[in-house]
Write a protein that binds this ligand. Sequence first.
Ligand code: M6R
Length: 612
Amino acid sequence: MCGIVGAIADRDVVPVLIEGLKRLEYRGYDSSGIAVLHDAGQPDIRRVRRTGRVSEMATAAAAEGFDSVLGIGHTRWATHGGVTEANAHPHISDGVALVHNGIIENHEEQREKLRALGYAFESQTDTEVIAHLMHHHLKGGDSLLGALQRTVKELTGAYALAVISRAEPEHFVCARMGCPLLVGLGEGENFVASDVSAIVSSTRRVIFLEEGDTADVRRDGVQVYGHDDAPVQRDVHLSDVSLASLELGPYRHYMQKEIHEQPRALGDTIEAAIDAGGFPAELFGKDAEAVLSGIEGIQILACGTSYYAGLTARYWIESIAGLPCSVEIASEYRYRAAHANPKHLIVTISQSGETLDTMEALKYAKSLGHTHTLSICNVPESAIPRASELVCYTRAGAEIGVASTKAFTTQLAALFQLTVVLGKLHGHVDAAQEADYLEQLRFLPGSVQHALNMEPQIAAWAERFARKSSALFLGRGLHYPIALEGALKLKEITYIHAEAYPAGELKHGPLALVDEDMPVVVIAPNDSLLEKVKSNMQEVRARGGELFVFTDQDSNFNESEGVHVIRTPRHAGVLSPVVHTIPVQLLAYHTALARGTDVDKPRNLAKSVTVE
Ligand code: M6R
């Protein structure tokens, strides 16, 4: 969490910093700030910080006439210390200013040491110790870069850092360990940012810093140093993120845009399989066939919505590929004495590719002896795919709304392709079945588009949901994870308490919650479990509960008193969970609109969770 941007140029960089921070707001939006070099004869540092959104800080910076050729900026998701201006970044220690993403685990020990040296602390943050450590080393005679390289060796934890000093106004320095940071290369100007979206108006040429790297960024050049402080060459990448893909266009919210982009995102994610006319193992990289044919089971690790994608995939992998599959929340797995089976493939699923819990679970799995790892990820060059043996990039495009939508359905599309590849390699899917699965996949973007067309009906339901304080979501089998996802979406952006259960579990406890004030959403497609789900619905009706049922065009199911029905298109076979995700996304979105919540930036959350 937290977003960093920095720039050095021949022009005023304040607009670059402000635009960059606005694009990074998805990483945290509790407070923001910038620090710039102010040179009126005598170089000094000026800083502005505000709680709340970047736009408020930008107004203050404009009012104070900020203008500079060198500066750094930060948008914060609070961890150490509350949401106050004093805790907002940049932090300053007498002429040196820095911004930080990550958590310094030994901050208390460093704080004591620095207090003994006479430093006073103005904030409750772990970051302020870094500013004072930098100052201490600069006072001892180090250059700005030397002070940074010495400082980071005294830190335990995770950081991405950018630092400016009034004593060295011709450059800034940065460092990375455990949090993403890239350097952007312009013409006579250079940048640093947490991700490329922050600087895409200025450049798309980037260097992804590696773990332990530091960098010296000047107007006319950049030098990167490895963890041993020796100069290193890092590859320059041309990012394919476009400015247009980051704009809201005709939509009111990014979440709305991203929901409606799903037919395109799915089309892009399945394009390689459609072009290949099947499911070659190479969809997962050139070494995939050797790796995937040798494994005997799958262990999926992920968090949040990505975990629900994994839960859905378990049904596919077990029934279609005929392999055992376990799915675990990454933050639980990493602290469990799990029994590793090196013949099992570790599959991590992450939209951002930088979720700390998932990354640490992957490292833990490797430490237990797992050698085969596959990352399903939406952000190229992010940390988790870089740490994995095989990679499959979903092609959802930038997802900016905090609530994950198109990332989820494209993860499902990727996991389905993985299932069929595994099924083929392990002799459970023959040529005819492969052709059939390809046909189902080909229809998927169209079916999702049909489901999107249900929006007006779903919006009408949302008006009623907006007045409720709790909701239950039910599903069975393949659609139980979709009920979980529906409940997560609703609570995340509407703050309505929502829970999901496998419908058969209702009678074992949650039925006690059901009364006329408790709306019960049921995902009830026309599959082999429909009759069972209908019985579970009767249990709800008998207790006065009101049912809101999403079913298929071809299911034998009608409205009745207290039972409202919306039909999505014809049953989409094994891919039905993808199609049934759309209505629960739309229900959450329209309920949030009706309640007037901040759809794209729900309270207390951030898009990218890089802390424990
Ligand atoms: O980037 P990741 O997929 O690893 O993120 C995992 C979760 O933090 C994420 O899915 C979260 O639950 C979303 N906000 C859900 O909408």
